[in-house]
Design a protein around this ligand. Sequence first.
Ligand SMILES: Nc1nc2c(ncn2[C@@H]2O[C@H](COP(=O)(O)OP(=O)(O)OP(=O)(O)O)[C@@H](O)[C@H]2O)c(=O)[nH]1
Ligand SMILES: [Mg+2]
Length: 198
Amino acid sequence: MVKAIIMAGGLGTRLKTDVEKPLFLFNDTYLIDYVINNLKESLLVNEIFVATSPYTPKTEEYIKNNDFLTIIDTPGSGFVNDLSFILDYFEKDNDSDTLLFINADLPLISANCIDYVLKKYELSDKNSLSVYIPSKFLDDLKIDYEYEFNGLVPSGLNILISQNTIQDEEELIISKVELAININSLADISVANKFTNF
Ligand SMILES: Nc1nc2c(ncn2[C@@H]2O[C@H](COP(=O)(O)OP(=O)(O)OP(=O)(O)O)[C@@H](O)[C@H]2O)c(=O)[nH]1
Ligand SMILES: [Mg+2]
């Protein structure tokens, strides 16, 4: 089974607005709804989960009204700690599920792109796969990023097997605008608007 988990329990500090980041309105639609719709359109994702935390109670309330979605109530103790919490949550049930993690602030990653990445994972002999964007690609588009290693920037799209272990990682490098648009600040909204034609 392929289970998608939308990470939606962060503080949203950099956005500097009162609303929780997943419920930030981007062209009249909540950020998280873009991700939900793209995952629903995927041909390979079987189930969708949303990882909220005590920092995102309104997001949790919003998601509760949707029968398609299951909430995972994470402690909100940081991305890596909550990831480990989620791996435990799934491992208890089944230790061979494919878990696709996607951040709630990646509104433009299409179902096609998600399915392409899942197919690459199926072909790989590694237990995990992370998608990276070349920093040069982002520099050329004048898109800011927070973290870079060996010329690669993590995209916020990762696949793991449902086991809380250190996993061998396949690096998948993709130069695509849809992966590069990550909403962290209000400045990122202007960048995103440049690349969309709503
Ligand atoms: N469940 C859970 N989700 C998280 C956590 N930290 C971040 N996220 C989510 O992961 C995604 C990427 O994180 P960031 O871009 O750092 O977002 P953020 O932490 O809300 O915002 P900043 O406070 O500006 O860093 C966002 O959709 C967050 O909601 C956490 O501790 N638990
Ligand atoms: Mg953060």
